[in-house]
Design a binder for this molecule. Structure first.
Ligand SMILES: [Zn+2]
Length: 137
């Protein structure tokens, strides 16, 4: 087998891996830096990196123009090497949890406690024969 063929097979058998570990030595610190997309200056990261959809996302703030944005970066390890993709997403306020409250009817069990009826009707007792001792003979 020629070297070129071996190279070819190595290449097609290589599986692209998405790096989900920021401590990977292939990741450079400069890969994690973002510039403001408004004024072009270096922005400051103001949140922790969060892994989302195999890419990392963090909140950035430009101290020069107070522009806020999300920096997204994805590291793909291909056969050719590490591919770094960087995106800038517009900043949006965190969506508030405005769930429609399920108004449960709370008065379903609020019936007035019905007092137990006193049984005024006396039950006649059976006329049981008394003193039915068998005389032993
Ligand atoms: Zn800026």
């Amino acid at each position: 087998m020629q070297e070129a063929d071996a190279e070819f097979y190595r290449r097609i058998q290589f599986k692209t891996v998405v790096i989900c570990d920021l401590s990977n030595p292939l990741i450079k610190r400069s890969d994690m830096l973002f510039n403001c997309d408004v004024c072009g200056r270096r922005a400051h990261r103001v949140s922790e990196w969060q892994l989302k959809n195999k890419s990392y996302r963090a909140e950035f703030l430009c101290r020069h123009c107070q522009h806020r944005f999300f920096g997204r970066v994805q590291f793909k390890l291909k056969y050719e090497g590490l591919i770094v993709k960087k995106y800038i997403l517009p900043f949006r306020e965190k969506p508030k949890d405005e769930r429609p409250k399920d108004a449960l009817p709370s008065d379903s069990a609020a019936q007035p406690h019905a007092p137990a009826k006193p049984s005024a009707k006396g039950t006649p007792e059976d006329d049981s024969p008394v003193g039915s001792g068998n005389p032993k003979g």
